[in-house]
Ligand binder design. Structure first.
Ligand SMILES: Nc1ncnc2c1ncn2[C@@H]1O[C@H](COP(=O)(O)OP(=O)(O)O)[C@@H](O)[C@H]1O
Ligand SMILES: [Mg+2]
Length: 503
């Protein structure tokens, strides 16, 4: 479905400031639907101006405080003066038009007659749209105290819409947490005294320790900080503030000044107890810290293990055993590296490139012959990977890099011209969203002619195969380079749904 902005740009003559005005209206009109217990529809004249007499519905909202009149969605529909005489009259006169209207049989509505109040929406000096409040006629007759107060506040907002003072120029905190009418309503008079407090507002006040009857009192007299309310009413702009009582209670307060004839005549204050939201936030933060601490401890333990192994290796005399221990130490260190990065990152994901560089440095340090230097280059971006993928992949990469160092550049080269020429290893990383591609390319002697990955007896590549294929569900290929000397190891790892479902 087309967005409000698309509908306005494609079908009307309205410019950017008018569009922004209507977007701000729609961003905050849930409040108006709830206060008026009614459905709201927003009409704009179609391109070509009012002469044409046709209107496009660009937005619709249902109240959360009452049943809806319309089950059907009107957004994108075009109506004319005959379908919607009140809309046409409101646009022509620039004044609020009220009345009852018969619904055509085509409309899938709860009743045949609907009460309509059409508000001209003024932006600057122009009427740019009509906001129509639509409800069942029966509803008006069964009004209680709360309904009467809310309707009255709605009418004050309606007059502000028509005067061009609502929506407010800056919208501020209309986020997910923004309090709604159902959360609790205070209506203040022009002097900041409570005229009306809804039952939920009374409960929210209880939560912050206010037990006195609020009626007729200023918030400061009730023991609440009044600065935000005073600022909102002084400047005529809305303000959102959090009231905290100890560790456990947080109430969100949103104050919307009510304006008339260039002055502030009162305010609507919405109160929402967000203690549960805040305590969940705090819990998430502390869980995050715990996870980081655990990664930190794992890293320390792995470092201890590798130190112990290294000590053991020093006491050995058999060269073969020494090499085996060295390799194990290297594998453990590459796992520890992932945990080191994880202990600094938020959550369970790591930017993998941050791991690649220290891995490369670790392998570089193990190059035994300084006469045959090997240069490493890393290119591309692996993106952010889940711990589940990053840890095995770090071990895989270590093995592949180590093999390039161990096997690609033997100290005695066959071709004498190339003796001691510099070796190159390129690590290339590509994240395609659903798949990660890692290539390690060297320009060394190439694989033995009889080499078959599946039959290769080495421990390194069998670890690599088991991690890539069994643990990561990916694939690995080792082959000679077509255009030059050397070997390419190519690893593909799927980054599908399991990674996302963890979040
Ligand atoms: N980059 C490479 N260049 C040349 N040969 C390689 C390369 N990588 C692996 N090989 C060959 O694959 C064999 C198996 O490697 P691996 O399983 O890691 O065991 P190891 O490194 O202990 O020999 C190596 O002995 C070598 O012959
Ligand atoms: Mg190896």
């Amino acid at each position: 479905m087309a967005s409000l902005a698309e509908l306005v740009r494609e079908h009307t003559d309205l410019g950017a400031p008018e569009l922004s005005h209507l977007q701000r209206l729609v961003a905050s009109w849930g409040l108006l639907a709830d206060l008026s217990f009614a459905d709201l529809l927003l009409f704009v004249p179609l391109e070509g101006g009012e002469g044409d007499g046709r209107f496009l519905v660009i937005a619709q909202i249902r109240p959360t405080t009452n049943q809806t009149v319309y089950r059907q969605d009107f957004v994108g529909q075009v109506v004319d003066e005959i379908d919607r005489p009140f809309v046409a009259r409101a646009i022509r006169t620039g004044e609020i038009v009220e009345g009852e209207m018969n619904l055509g049989l085509s409309l899938e509505a709860e009743a045949e007659r609907v009460r309509v109040m059409c508000l001209p929406v003024r932006s600057g000096d122009e009427v740019v749209a009509i906001c129509s409040r639509e409800s069942l006629p029966s509803f008006a007759r069964q009004n209680g105290d709360l309904e009467r107060v809310y309707n009255n506040v709605f009418v004050r907002f309606a007059q502000m819409i028509t005067a061009g003072t609502f929506p407010f120029p800056e919208n501020g905190a209309e986020g997910e947490e923004a309090p709604r009418v159902g959360d609790g309503v205070l209506v203040l008079d022009g002097a900041g005294r409570v005229e009306y407090a809804s039952p939920n507002a009374v409960s929210a006040l209880h939560r912050v320790g206010v037990h006195a009857n609020a009626q007729g009192m200023r918030l400061s007299e009730l023991g609440l900080e009044e600065a935000a309310i005073r600022t909102a009413m002084g400047t005529g702009s809305p303000i959102t503030e959090e009231i905290e009582r100890g560790q456990d209670v947080t109430v969100l307060l949103r104050c919307l000044p009510l304006l008339a004839d260039g002055g502030v005549t009162g305010a609507l204050v919405l109160l929402r107890d967000i203690s549960d939201l805040r305590s969940r936030d705090r819990m998430l933060v502390s869980m995050d810290a715990t996870i980081r601490e655990i990664h930190h401890r794992v890293k320390n333990n792995l470092q201890t293990i590798s130190s112990l192994l290294r000590l053991q290796g020093r006491r050995l005399t058999s060269p073969e055993a020494k090499v085996a221990i060295e390799e194990s130490v290297r594998r453990i260190r590459s796992i520890a590296l992932v945990h080191e990065i994880l202990s600094r990152a938020a959550g369970d994901e790591v930017p993998f490139n941050e791991i690649v560089r220290p891995l490369v440095r670790m392998v570089e340090d193990s190059v035994s012959s300084p006469e045959r230097p090997v240069r490493f280059v890393v290119e591309g971006d692996a993106g952010t990977l889940a711990d589940r993928v990053a840890t095995p992949l770090a071990v895989v990469l270590t093995e592949l890099l180590q093999n390039a160092v161990d096997h690609a550049f033997p100290e005695i080269a066959e071709d004498h011209d190339e003796v001691m020429a510099e070796g190159h290893v390129l690590v290339s990383l590509r994240n395609h969203g659903d798949e990660l591609l890692v290539q390690v390319t060297d320009d060394g002697v190439g694989l033995p002619s009889t080499f078959v990955l599946e039959d290769s007896p080495g421990l390194g590549l069998s670890i690599v195969r088991s991690l890539v294929v069994s643990q990561l569900g990916g694939s690995i290929v080792l082959r000679g380079r077509a255009e030059a000397h050397g070997t390419v190891a190519e690893v593909r790892v799927p980054l599908g749904a399991p990674q996302h479902s963890e979040r």
